[in-house]
Design a protein around this ligand. Structure first.
Ligand SMILES: [Fe+2]
Length: 480
C-alpha cells in the first residue's frame, strides 16, 4: 500500500500519535481500524518485539485498535505493521522539522470532491517529508468538518436554526446513536485519504480541535441551543470521536498529555528536548461570554508555569493576534439576519465579549516570553488564509504564524483584501504591546488567499518558518 493506508477491505491506518519523549525514547500510539472479527489483529513489531493492540472502540462492524509502543530516539527508527516497514524520524533532540496544518475539509460535500484535487496539499507535504523527514505533525483545528453529521437524524437536520427543546429519553438516545455513527463514518473516510494516510503512518501527530470538529461556531451559539438535548448529544459525540481519532484514546479516558485530569478541558502539553508544545482547549468549555472555563484556565496556567526554558510552540486554534474586529462588531445592528455574523465574530479572541479574557491570555504569553531563555511562538489556523503577526514585548516580538487550510478552499481574494484593510488599524489590547499583522515573506498583501501549510525548522538552535502556498510555492524561510 503506497498511498492511502487502507486496503479496500475496511482497514485504515496505522496512524501515529505522539505520547511523549526523552533523549532515549519516543513514546507513540498507533491507531488501526479493522473490520470487526477479522480474526487475529495484525501484528505491529518493533526491534523490542511484537506489540499487542487494545480495542478502544467498535462501530458499524469495525474495531478501533490501539498499539502503544516506544521507539529509540534515533533518525532511522522503524516499526513494522502487517509486513510493511515504516521509518520514523524519532530523534527530536537536535535539528527538527515540524509540519503545521489546519482546516482539513470544507463545510459541504468535502469527501465528494475529486480526491486528487482535495488532497493536493497533503501530497505536497508528503513530498517535503521525502526531501527531509518530518519529526512531528501539529494539527491546529478543524481536522474534520463535521457540519453534515446533523443530516444523520431527522431531528438534527434543522441545526442550528431549528433546535428541538424537549425530547423523550429514548428519542435522545436514538439521536445520539445516529450522530455517533455519523462521526465515526466521517472520521474513517477522512483518515483513509491518500497523502494524509501515507504521512500519518510515518509522522506522529498532535492535534487540537476547533469548531468544525464539533459544528460551525460551537460555543459561540446561543446557550439555549448549546444546552438543548440535541446540542449536548452533538458535543458528546464530537468529543468521543475527538478522543478516539485525534488522541488514540477511548472516550472514557483522559489522554496522559492533558493536564486537566477531570477531562473537562482537553488542552495538552508535551515536552521535547529544547521545546515545549502546548495547546489550550478553546472549545470544550466555550460559551458566548467566555473562551475557556475554570478547568481550561487552571490547566493552561499550570502548563505555562511548567515551562523552564527553550522554545514554546503554542497552538491557539483561533488566532490570538488579529485585526481589530470590535469596530465591526459595534457597527453591526443586531437584526436577526445578522445573528450568524455575530456568532462568527464572537468566535474570535478579538470579540468585545472576550476582551478581558483575551488580555489575560496575552499577558500570560508575554510573561513566559519574557522569562530568561524562553521564546514563545504562536501557531494558528481557522481563517482559511495564510498570514503572520507580531506582538511587541520587552524581550522582542512574539510571532504568530497562521496556516489554514490544507484542504479547505481559499476564500475569494476580495475577502482577503477587506481583512487586509481592517488589519491596518492595528490593535493593542495590552498597553505597550502593540499587535501588527504582516505579509508573508515575498507576498504583497497581509493575507494570502491560497491553500497552504507551514513547516518549522530548528537547525542548530535557530528556528525558521516556511509557508507552502498552493500557487506561489514556498516562501523564503523566516527567522523566529
Ligand atoms: Fe476551518
Amino acid at each position: 500500500m503506497q498511498e492511502g493506508q487502507t486496503d479496500g477491505g475496511g482497514r485504515i491506518g496505522p496512524i501515529l500519535y505522539l505520547r511523549g519523549c526523552d533523549r532515549e525514547r519516543l513514546r507513540l500510539a498507533a491507531l488501526v481500524v479493522t473490520p470487526e472479527g477479522e480474526g487475529t489483529p495484525p501484528a505491529l513489531e518493533t526491534d523490542a518485539g511484537p506489540v499487542s493492540p487494545e480495542r478502544i472502540w467498535q462501530c458499524g462492524g469495525r474495531d478501533v485498535l490501539r498499539y502503544s509502543f516506544d521507539l529509540p530516539a534515533t533518525a532511522g527508527a522503524a516499526y513494522r505493521f502487517d509486513g510493511e516497514s515504516f521509518e520514523v524520524a524519532a530523534d527530536l533532540s537536535g535539528d527538527l522539522h515540524i509540519g503545521f496544518v489546519s482546516c482539513n475539509g470544507q463545510e459541504h460535500g468535502d469527501l465528494s470532491r475529486p480526491g486528487d484535487e482535495r488532497n493536493l496539499m497533503w501530497r505536497r507535504l508528503a513530498e517535503r517529508h521525502r526531501d527531509r523527514p518530518l519529526n512531528l505533525l501539529l494539527h491546529g483545528g478543524d481536522q474534520l468538518y463535521a457540519d453534515e453529521v446533523t443530516e444523520a437524524h431527522p431531528l438534527a437536520t434543522g441545526w442550528p436554526k431549528a433546535v428541538p427543546q424537549n425530547l423523550r429519553e429514548d428519542t435522545t438516545a436514538e439521536l445520539s446513536a445516529a450522530l455517533s455513527e455519523a462521526f465515526f463514518e466521517r472520521y474513517t473516510e477522512q483518515l483513509a485519504q491518500p497523502g494524509f494516510a501515507w504521512l500519518a503512518a510515518r509522522v506522529p501527530s498532535l492535534a487540537m480541535w476547533d469548531d468544525h470538529d464539533i459544528c460551525d461556531g460551537w460555543g459561540s451559539l446561543k446557550e439555549r441551543k448549546l444546552d438543548s438535548p440535541l446540542g449536548r448529544a452533538l458535543f458528546a459525540a464530537a468529543r468521543d470521536h475527538f478522543l478516539i481519532f485525534q488522541f488514540a484514546a477511548a472516550p472514557g479516558e483522559v489522554p496522559e498529555i492533558c493536564s486537566d485530569r477531570s477531562g473537562q478541558s482537553l488542552g495538552w502539553r508535551v515536552e521535547i528536548p529544547g521545546a515545549t508544545l502546548l495547546a489550550p482547549d478553546l472549545r470544550s468549555e466555550r460559551r458566548p461570554e467566555r473562551v475557556m472555563g475554570e478547568a481550561g484556565w487552571r490547566a493552561f496556567r499550570a502548563d505555562l508555569a511548567s515551562v523552564r526554558e527553550g522554545r514554546v510552540l503554542l497552538v491557539s486554534s483561533v488566532p490570538a493576534l488579529g485585526p481589530r474586529l470590535s469596530i465591526v462588531e459595534r457597527l453591526m445592528k443586531l437584526t436577526p439576519w445578522m445573528e450568524k455574523y455575530e456568532d462568527d465574530l464572537r468566535d474570535q479572541w478579538q470579540s468585545r465579549w472576550h476582551r478581558e479574557e483575551w488580555r489575560d491570555f496575552l499577558r500570560a504569553l508575554v510573561a513566559v516570553h519574557e522569562r530568561p531563555g524562553c521564546r514563545v511562538s504562536l501557531l494558528s489556523g481557522e481563517i482559511h488564509l495564510a498570514t503572520r503577526g507580531t506582538m511587541k514585548t520587552a524581550e522582542g516580538d512574539i510571532h504568530q504564524l497562521v496556516a489554514s487550510g490544507i484542504s479547505h478552499p481559499a476564500p475569494p481574494g476580495a475577502y482577503a483584501t477587506v481583512l487586509g484593510v481592517l488589519a491596518r488599524f492595528g490593535e493593542a489590547p495590552l498597553p505597550r504591546h502593540p499587535i501588527r499583522l504582516h505579509p508573508l515573506p515575498g507576498q504583497g498583501g497581509v493575507y494570502a488567499a491560497e491553500r497552504n501549510f507551514l513547516r518549522l525548522e530548528r537547525n542548530a538552535d535557530t528556528w525558521t518558518a516556511v509557508w507552502e502556498l498552493e500557487d506561489s510555492g514556498p516562501t523564503a524561510p523566516m527567522p523566529l
